[in-house]
Structures are given as C-alpha cells and as structure tokens.
Design a protein around this ligand. Structure first.
Ligand code: UGA
Length: 417
C-alpha cells in the first residue's frame, strides 16, 4: 500500500530515507529550509555525495519544498533534522523543536490520524519530554488524535542506500500500539528483525550502538598504542583475535580514531546525559579522550624523522572516511591544526572532499596526488582505495589508516602498529 509520507530535513539520513521510500512506491514530500537544497532535489540533482542516491533520485517522484503546508496530507511524518552538539556535549534541540512546532501547526486541523516519527538522534527521554508536549500544544492528544514513534537510523555515510535497503534490524520505539503498527506496515517488505520497544529504549539503542562502535575503535587503538611500543603489528593481533567468533574482525581497524559527525557527537551526548542524571560514565569518557589524543600522535612520529617547522608536509585524505566527501568532524582537521601550530606548510589531496572543505582547512593548499608525494613527508589520513596504488618509494610516510602499499616507503611509521 502506498503511503503519503513527509520527511523533514534533507541531510544524509533524510534524503536517503526519502529516496528509498519513494522507490518503494510511497508518495514522498521532503521539507527543508535550505532553498538551494530544495531546488536541487526538485531538479533531481543530488545535493550530497552518497553512492547510488543520484540514480534513485532521477527515477523517483519526490517533491521538495520549504513550505510546511505541503505536508498537510501526510500519514507519516519523519523528522530527520540535525541535533548538533552544545559546548558541553549535550545535543541542541533547536532544529527538532522548530520542525515539530511547524508539523504541529500544519497538522492541527487534520482530521485523519497521522504518525509523527522522530528519526533524528535524540537523548533518551526527548521524544516523551520534548516532542510530544509540543505536538500536544495544538490541543490534540498523542495516541488518540495522532501517533508518535521514534525509530533510529543506523546508516553509514557513503553506504546509506545499501544500509537502508539492507538493515541489520529495524527498531520501532512506539508511544502506543497503533502508532507502532502503522510504522511497521511501512517496513513490511524488509526481512530484517523488527524490535518494538518504548520510545526511550529506541533512543538509547541508537546511542548505545554508536558508543559501542566508538569503544571498539578506541579499544583497538589502545591495544595498538601498546603494540607500537612493543614492535608488534596490531593488524596481525586483530587477525588472531578475530577467529574467536565472539570477537570477530569488524570495526577493529586501528588508526587515528573515529571522526565524522556521528560517533563523536553521540558519545559526547551520552556522556552529557549520564552526567545530567548524576552518573559519571568512566568507560565512555576514556573512549572519547583516547580518541581526542590519537590523531596527534602522528605529529610526534613525524618529528622523529624531520624538523616540522618550515617543512612542507603532504596530506593524503581529508574526508573523515573513504567513500565520503564530508570533512565535518574529520580527524584531518585535528592533524592540520597541530601541524600549523608547529609551523609546517601543508599540501593536501582528497579524491572527493576538496570541493567541499567548509572553510575548515584555510591554510592548506589543495593539490594533485603527485604533488603531495613530492613533499618532505607524507601523512595518510583517510584510507581511500586509490592510495594503495601510489608510488611511495624513497618517501617518508606516517600512516594513520593502514595503507599497505605505503610500507614500501624509505621511512614508514604506522600510527599504532
Ligand atoms: C556511524 C555508524 O557506523 C552508523 O551505524 C550510524 O548510523 C552513523 O554513525 C550515524 O549515527 O549516523 P558513519 O559516521 O557514517 O556511521 O561512519 P563509520 O563508518 O561508522 O566510521 C566512523 C569513523 O570511525 C570514521 O572516521 C572511520 O574511519 C572510523 N573507524 C571505523 C575506525 O577508525 N576504525 C574502524 O575499524 C572503523
């Protein structure tokens, strides 16, 4: 059955969800306050880099708008707006409050039942304590006049379409049975296990999942830091661990740590939430702190081989991970700032991110790969596949992401192997 769906927010999650739901035959309207994004979506030009998304957008019939009144026929409204960090790590609810207020005003006079679904990552308790009261301020009652669900999204940037179409699980946090039933019916074609829980459990599942992924990375980086001192290859250690099925080999790539806009932000938010309720989350705190220290280890390694001041250092990779063009939260920013402080000149190459640097690398000259290879030393910050095909012979390379080919360099240092 085709549903009339609205998606508020056309970031990575919103756009992928919108495109995939439209491809499944639903009628989808995307609302975003960014007029340029709206224009591009309507022109079927994908405004973000996400493999496979452009193709879907050009096949489906999505309407994008900045006018909330166009959602008035919606049966299901997803909010996919960002929840950025406050300075204390807690999340800022400004965008979600605005979006929910608009939804509430627009659907105030709707006589049919509709379901509002929170997909933005929000701290446990937010849907109940913040979202529902705003919706009910219209005079309508949750569970009677409209439904409420919270369904976290587990998409990875760069693999969003695949992840949406092949979910490991579908988590449905429901205010009441009827709300959950309606949302479940939308996912009827998926074969993934569906877990129906209350709203705050769904919110927590998202945070606990990302915090656990972050913990795996910091854990293996800690083992790596010890291995480095002992002259042991951490990647061989992981191979040896991975035969134990309880451990496995996923998300145990040692390096400069986790970047991007999700793991770090969500970990900080969970820490802030725990503190708010008077609990000091010592493991999570250390997972976060180790990650903050990890990337700058590259500078200490570099200093063993060159005098950084006035040297030209070449950077391979600026995006927070391969197959993504996003530099927000990238550990390249941390490394660049540390190198500038040391007085280095910087040249960089990234296959996707150079058109999209968001002003984060003001004193970095973007050049071709070959020019980076000509610098006094090379730092590898993102494991783009093409970096496996460069000629590193005769170079000084500090590798933050394990590019095997770089081992042929004259001087090669892995950050934690
Ligand atoms: C992450 C989660 O993996 C998704 O499940 C989640 O839905 C998403 O956050 C979100 O909350 O929106 P994403 O931020 O796209 O997805 O990127 P990841 O692939 O998880 O990588 C995050 C960072 O960890 C990258 O900087 C990556 O280089 C680093 N990483 C990852 C490692 O250093 N080692 C690893 O073994 C794996």
């Amino acid at each position: 059955m085709s549903r009339n769906i609205s998606i508020i927010g056309s970031g990575h999650v919103g756009l992928v969800v919108a495109a995939c739901l439209a491809r499944q035959g639903n009628q989808v309207t995307v609302v975003d306050t960014d007029e340029e994004k709206v224009r591009r979506v309507n022109a079927r030009v994908c405004p973000i880099y996400e493999p496979g998304l452009q193709e879907i957008l050009s096949q489906v019939n999505i309407q994008a708008t900045s006018d909330y009144s166009l959602i008035s026929n919606s049966e299901i409204v997803f909010t996919c707006v960002p929840t950025p960090s406050n300075t204390d790590g807690s999340i800022s609810l400004g965008y979600i409050k605005d979006a929910i207020e608009q939804v509430s005003l627009t659907l105030r006079d709707k006589s049919d039942y509709y379901v509002v679904v929170v997909k933005s990552t929000v701290a446990p308790g937010t849907t109940e304590e913040v979202v529902i009261p705003i919706l009910e301020s219209s005079g309508k009652k949750a569970g009677i006049d409209f439904g409420v669900c919270m369904t976290p999204e587990f998409l990875r940037e760069g693999k969003g379409v695949f992840d949406f179409m092949n979910p490991s699980r579908i988590v449905i946090g429901e205010h009441d049975r009827r709300s959950g039933d309606i949302l479940c019916s939308l996912y009827r074609d998926f074969t993934a296990p569906v877990l129906r829980v209350n709203l705050k459990t769904a919110e927590m599942i998202k945070y606990a999942s990302n915090a656990f992924l972050a913990t795996k990375v910091s854990f293996i980086n800690e083992i790596g830091n010890i291995c480095k001192r002992l002259g042991i290859d951490t990647y061989e250690v992981v191979k040896g661990m991975a035969y134990d099925e309880r451990i496995g080999n996923k998300f145990l790539n040692a390096g400069i740590g986790f970047g991007g806009s999700c793991l770090r932000k969500d970990l900080a938010a969970l820490i802030a939430k725990a503190r708010q309720i008077d609990y000091e989350p010592s493991i999570l705190r250390e997972v976060f702190n180790l990650n903050e220290r990890q990337a700058v280890k590259m500078i200490d390694l570099l200093k063993r081989h060159i005098s950084v001041k006035d040297s030209t250092v070449g950077l391979l990779g600026l995006s927070f991970k391969p197959e993504a063009d996003n530099v927000n939260g990238s550990l390249a920013v941390t490394v660049v700032n540390a190198l500038l402080k040391e007085g280095a000149r910087l040249k960089a190459y990234d296959p996707q991110a150079m058109a999209n640097l968001d002003g984060l690398f003001p004193r970095v000259e973007c050049v071709a790969e070959e020019e980076v290879l000509g610098c006094d030393a090379i730092l590898i910050l993102t494991e783009w596949e093409e970096f496996e095909h460069l000629d590193y012979r005769g170079k000084i390379v500090i590798d933050g992401r394990r590019i095997l080919k770089a081992k042929e360099a004259e001087i090669y240092e892995g950050v934690c192997w």
